[in-house]
Design a protein around this ligand. Structure first.
Ligand code: GTP
Ligand code: SPV
Ligand code: MN
Length: 609
């Protein structure tokens, strides 16, 4: 056994002294068997995935169906983000705000030091240098994740730009976010490993002042791939507040009209509420084209022309598997069919491929389900966990916009969509009157909870800007930051803000709006509004499409259904008001007064209606 005391620094591929000593410090604490720097080479990918197959974490899929791809099943207790175990450890409790769990940083560090002491014994400690967004951008943001999970290494290699080229770009002194992760399952000498090591004790912790992330006990997605939610959103939102930009839970798409006009649009919808699907949809309206730039996270910065530019800091899709099919999201299917992907908690077919609920109309006669058990269509259990995921390279997406690589500083945004999953109340599409009203729409987004986080599913909660679980600081300050951003640009340069809901239901529980590719009809109306070519009417909650303004040609929907999907129902909104009151009470004293003003305007409008 080589001990970390054998100086990982000597074999280290960097002269960044501060980084080297930090890696050394973590190795001294966690006591791994060895330290390995991740370089991002093809040989390394093969070595790591082979080792994961050997360990039973990965099953290699059929090369003809999914080349260079793998199936993994997690421990059944480790399947989603754990919001109740997620902490923002700012110096002052008030800076974490009323929506985040908080523990004082010194106290949390002490707890973590105890947990990490020897936590990597018997394992390899990997060091993953990564960059959020193109390394060629004007202001590349670096991170280094230390982890004892080879599954995390394989997933990070798909999800972020990683390896030697990043270390080289960091030089000897670049700043970076320190990300420390352990599954919390040390191995005693000779102890047999399990296929998915993890710990019942979990901590997902963030230190906004020192820009650090420490994650313990989980190997899953947003808990463990620390470039994703932990850095890109929680720490990212803090950096953005301090530097005058925004880190948001948004897809980015490019829309081209039949006349060739190009618009870039972002959309913030809560977890498992349609970002991946909208990002790469196939329009059902004639002549319109959608291309993808991102499906989960956008960093928005002002460009020299005073417009807001969006960059996707990620390099892959970590998408919800169930419901993804050649009918609902053909471009996601084409992306994964190219291989080089990791599938977690889906089902395995008899010919070495993967399947999940909704992939095909006809269910396979036999599967191995995500628990590793035999499964047949008669089975009363789902074959795949509702939050099972595909992890696949974004560069394989057939409708990836060339700007993804070609514009390292991002694309100028014309419109921002907010949306939630609501059975009632929220109409198909509403246009805000101005930036402040749009911020109010975002600040009051509500949505039914999904399987993307542990806990009850289907409960309506406020999920402001789809960021409730991802804000790295006080929610009131976050709203204020949105308002401040709006003051930094002329109104005509700011994106226009819209509120959408694809999930309204009929009395019988069925969706009123067909969704998916037909959401292009809403995008079309939005773009026509921006260009002054579509009619809208004022309503108490904002502007909605005038009769006949929404293109429904060829759409299989009754007039009654469309009316119900689009309706501004004053009674439903009057029931919503006390919920918004309650939410603003919860936000507390740092709620900007402009948000109360907007609420009073809404109340007045509804009373007059
Ligand atoms: P995260 O990756 O968790 O942030 O999720 P996401 O916002 O990217 O959600 P995604 O696009 O993966 O969609 C989640 C679920 O919603 C899937 O099961 C989809 O099939 C379903 N869905 C997406 N768009 C629509 C839509 O327009 N209508 C309906 N009814 N369902 C949709
Ligand atoms: C989400 O929950 O919003 C996701 C999946 O995109 S995770 O990476 O687990 O955060
Ligand atoms: Mn997400």
């Amino acid at each position: 056994m080589t001990s970390p005391a054998d100086s990982p620094a000597q074999s280290a591929p960097t002269k960044h002294q501060e980084l080297l000593s930090w890696v050394d410090e973590i190795a001294q604490l966690a006591k791994p068997d060895k330290v390995q720097w991740v370089n991002g080479s093809d040989e390394e990918w093969k070595e790591i995935t082979d080792a994961l197959v050997e360990a039973g974490t990965f099953v290699r899929l059929n090369e003809e169906k999914k080349p260079n791809s793998f199936w993994a099943a997690s421990n059944p207790s480790d399947v989603a983000r754990v919001e109740d175990r997620t902490y923002i450890c700012s110096e002052q409790e008030v800076d974490a705000g009323p929506t985040n769990n908080w523990v004082a940083p010194a106290e949390m560090k002490e707890t973590l030091r105890g947990l990490f002491d020897g936590s990597m014994t018997g394992r390899t400690m990997y060091v993953i240098p990564f960059c959020m967004g193109p390394v060629e951008s004007d202001d590349p943001k670096f991170g280094v994740e230390i982890t004892d999970s080879a599954y995390v290494v394989a997933s990070m290699l798909v999800m972020a730009r990683c390896g030697q080229k990043i270390l080289d770009a960091m030089g000897t002194d670049a700043g970076y976010v320190k990300c420390v992760h352990s599954v919390g399952a040390p191995l005693a000498d000779g102890e047999q490993d399990v296929s998915w090591p993890c710990n019942d004790t979990k901590y997902i912790t963030h230190f906004p002042e020192t820009r650090e992330i420490w994650s313990y006990g989980s190997g899953y997605g947003g808990n463990a791939l620390l470039g994703k939610k932990c850095y890109s959103l929680r720490i990212g939102s803090v950096i953005g507040r301090d530097e005058g930009w925004m880190a948001e839970h948004m897809l980015i798409l490019k829309l081209t009209s039949p006349e060739g006009a190009v618009h870039y649009v972002t959309g913030a919808f809560p977890s498992a509420t349609g970002k991946t699907n909208l990002a790469m949809l196939e329009p059902t309206v004639e002549g319109w084209k959608v291309e993808t730039l991102g499906d989960d996270i956008a960093w928005l910065r002002f460009g020299p022309d005073g417009r807001l530019y969006a960059v996707n800091p990620e390099f892959g899709f970590f998408g919800v598997a169930p419901g993804t099919s050649y009918t609902t999201n053909p471009n996601a299917m084409r992306t994964i069919d190219k291989g080089n992907s990791v599938f977690t908690n889906v089902a395995l077919t008899d010919d070495g491929d993967i399947w999940w609920e909704g992939m095909t109309e006809e269910k396979p006669a036999h599967l191995i389900d995500w628990h590793g058990n035999d499964w047949t269509p008669e089975s009363d259990q789902l074959s795949s966990h509702p939050n099972s995921r595909f992890c696949t390279p974004i560069t394989q997406c057939p409708v990836l916009a060339p700007e993804y690589e070609g514009e390292p500083n991002g694309v100028p945004i014309s419109a921002i969509l907010f949306g939630g999953r609501r059975k009632t109340t929220i109409p198909l599409v509403t246009e805000s009157r101005d930036w402040q009203h749009g911020v109010f729409m975002g600040a009051t987004v509500s949505s039914e909870t999904t399987a993307a986080a542990t806990g009850a599913v289907g409960v309506v909660r406020r999920d402001p800007m789809a960021m409730l679980p991802f804000m790295g600081y006080n929610v009131g300050d976050y709203f204020n930051h949105w308002l401040e951003i709006g003051k930094q640009a002329d109104a005509e340069k700011l994106p226009k803000i819209f509120y959408v809901n694809w999930f309204r239901r009929d009395e019988d529980g069925s969706f009123l709006w067909p969704g998916f590719g037909d959401n292009s009809r809403v995008l079309k109306w939005i773009i026509e509004r921006l260009e002054g070519n579509a009619e809208a009417v004022e309503s108490p909650i904002g502007r909605v499409p005038a009769d006949g303004a929404l293109d429904v040609e060829g759409l299989n929907i009754s007039e009654d259904q469309l009316a119900k999907a689009s309706a501004v129902n004053v009674d439903e909104w009057l029931e919503e008001l006390p919920l918004i009151d309650e939410w603003f009470e919860q936000v507390g004293e740092r709620l900007p007064s402009a948000m109360r003003d907007e609420l009073e305007t809404l109340r007045t409008n509804l009373d007059a209606a």
